[in-house]
Design a protein around this ligand. Structure first.
Ligand code: HEC
Length: 123
């Protein structure tokens, strides 16, 4: 019986840990204050453009398009997303190099890009 109680307590501890992991999703205002919004419908103009401008456009624009990828416009970002290279590089998966090259983006920004793709590249 004691063992069952101990296991139950352990699971409660693990589950309450998840509660804090989801903090940003549970408290949208907190994620907005952080400049990251995965709660309202994700569009290019509301979220994705600022992620690209903040972390990618310095190396990926119409004038400096490393890897032939320009992320300073809706159409350029959409074609990188549609080819699978955008998520591939953000997650360093499927043979794509890690982007940005020095360190991955924060999880919330990556999630914004993922939700934008699921939202059919809403403008
Ligand atoms: C410091 C410069 C730099 C930054 C910042 C940067 N990139 Fe890149 N990126 C490169 C270079 C250089 C290449 C081409 C060489 C290579 O493939 O490693 C590249 C290639 C790519 C490619 C093509 C990958 C492939 O499979 O060939 C994608 C997609 C990409 N970057 C997306 C991004 C995104 C999204 C960001 C922002 C989150 C970003 N990059 C930020 C320098 C950068």
């Amino acid at each position: 019986m004691k063992k069952i109680v101990a296991i139950f307590l352990l699971f409660s501890a693990v589950l309450s840990g998840c509660y804090y992991d989801n903090y940003k999703e549970l408290y949208p205002s907190a994620s907005l204050a952080n400049g990251c919004d995965t709660v309202s419908a994700v569009t290019y103009n509301k979220q994705v453009a600022s992620v690209m401008n903040g972390y990618c456009v310095g190396c990926h624009s119409s004038s400096i398009s490393n890897g032939n990828v320009a992320l300073d416009s809706y159409s350029g970002t959409m074609s990188a997303a549609a080819s699978g290279q955008l998520m591939g590089s953000l997650l360093a998966q499927s043979g794509n190099p890690q982007m940005p090259p020095n360190a991955p983006l924060d999880a919330c920004s990556i999630r914004e890009v993922q939700l934008w793709i699921q939202n059919n590249y809403a403008q």
